[in-house]
Design a protein around this ligand. Structure first.
Ligand code: NZQ
Ligand code: ZN
Length: 396
């Protein structure tokens, strides 16, 4: 193993922590752009409580509402414009992953002279990775992406239908203020999609990793088992605060870099393929992953069954005939898919209303950024465009 680990985000976690937002924010700025989504935080009362806490601490608030799921670059442009006009010195996200991702890029775009789409890597020649950003505080209201404690953001372009991402050191939030009470109102389907998303963050590193990482393997399996234990409880009873808290902590650990440290993952192919689907069809990210992940696993297991055998044995308690027992590997994937179905996730493209008409385009888009020297999608094993189409066809 040969690696670095770095994550500068302060994590403040616990029920009721929203009340402390103002005190925390006042250490970073005097005038905050408060970014929210389509209205859930207004309906739940979280917005009023956040604003009251900020004002009590002497932090002025400028609101930027209406960030849509699969956030658009147009929303980023609008938010950055407000931040500049109002001379905000801090950006606070109160919402799901979409609101958090948009907020991160707004914070960078507010200090960038060009068009914000330059900041997102989407295969362009002159990618301008963000080098500075206003300080940000993330207050997640949905357990899924882990964006609150990582350096990534995923943004879509309405015109080209390209959905892509950026990772930059300046995008690490200063603080992740995580209050599981805020997730009590998340609907059942979004709760399930969040569980799928967090598990997929872990499986990407686990199955695409180079191996030789026994500690990371156990961490990954621990996150998956925890999500499979507590996720169904949160789905069954959205008011179960303990279940909400366990799922939310799992979602943060799943993508703050810790579980993947040293794994040398070849890529995040399931995410790249899903982003192509949600770029074109605006499907919910976690729902798209539930369709793509088992299909991708069956493709990859045939190339290197050992990791999938380990998964089948350790996560589902199956007994293998040997380390290359493909039948056992595939049985583990079947069990995983059955789990996704049991919590209400789709597992076929037809359930998302997607047919094969644009398969070649998805294959092109999936490999837009994360491609190797031969033009294949970064993955273990690398995926040609035909491989991507084959995986999608198997998920019809
Ligand atoms: O917009 P509002 O009204 O807030 O409603 C949202 C939205 O309709 C609703 N919601 C959120 N919190 C709620 C709530 N409804 C009731 N009560 C609450 N407490 O849920 C819906 C989905 O919200 P969204 O933010 O889109 O969901 P999620 O957190 O799953 O974020 C998905 C986005 O994150 C990206 C995805 O690609 C997608 O664009 N990702 C970001 C990552 C990152 N930055 O590290 C990694 C992920 O892999 C992912 O790609
Ligand atoms: Zn994800």
């Amino acid at each position: 193993m040969n690696f670095q680990f770095y994550n500068p985000t302060r994590l403040v976690f616990g029920a009721g922590k929203l009340a402390g937002l103002g005190a925390i924010a006042s250490a970073y700025g005097k005038k905050a752009l408060l970014v929210t989504g389509g209205g859930s935080v207004r309906r739940s009362g979280a917005l009023d409580r956040a604003v009251a806490s900020l004002k009590d601490a002497g932090v002025d608030v400028v609101e930027c509402s209406g960030i849509e799921p699969n956030p658009r670059i147009t929303s980023v442009r609008r938010g950055a414009g407000i931040a500049r006009e109002e001379r905000c010195d801090l950006v606070i996200a109160l919402g799901g992953g979409s609101t958090m991702d948009a907020s991160k890029v707004i914070a960078a775009a507010a200090l960038y002279d060009g068009d914000p789409w330059d900041l997102i890597a989407h295969g362009q020649a002159g990618w301008a990775p963000p080098t500075r950003a206003l300080p940000t505080i993330m207050v997640p209201t949905l357990a899924a992406t882990g964006s609150e404690m990582n350096w990534g953001a995923v943004i879509s372009d309405d015109e080209t239908k390209v959905k892509s991402f950026v990772q930059a050191e300046c995008l690490y939030p200063k603080v992740a203020l995580v209050d599981p009470e805020l997730t009590l109102t998340v609907p059942q389907d979004q709760t399930a999609y969040g569980v799928c998303d967090l598990i997929t963050h872990v499986t990407e590193g686990y199955f695409n990793g180079a191996g030789g990482t026994p500690v990371q393997d156990r961490f990954a399996e621990g996150v998956i088992l925890t999500a499979m234990e507590w996720g169904p409880r949160a789905v069954a009873d959205g008011s179960d605060l303990e279940a909400r808290a366990q799922v939310q902590w799992a979602s943060i650990v799943a993508l703050n870099g810790w579980v993947q440290a040293g794994a040398r993952a070849a890529g995040f192919p399931v995410h790249m393929i899903e982003h192509a689907l949600s770029g074109h069809h605006d499907v919910t990210h976690g729902a798209g992953l539930a369709v793509v992940n088992p299909a991708w696993m069956r493709f990859a297991a045939k190339a290197h069954p050992e990791r999938f055998v380990q998964f089948a044995e350790r996560v589902f308690g199956l007994a293998a005939q040997g380390p290359d027992d493909l039948d056992c590997a595939l049985a583990g994937i079947d069990r995983f898919e059955a789990f996704l179905t049991s919590i209400g996730c789709p597992t076929r493209l037809s359930q998302l209303g997607i047919d094969d008409a644009l398969f070649a385009q998805y294959a092109e888009d999936a490999a837009l950024v994360a491609r190797d020297a031969e033009g294949n999608l970064a993955s273990r094993p690398p995926m040609s465009k035909d491989d991507i189409i084959g995986v999608l066809r198997s998920a019809l």
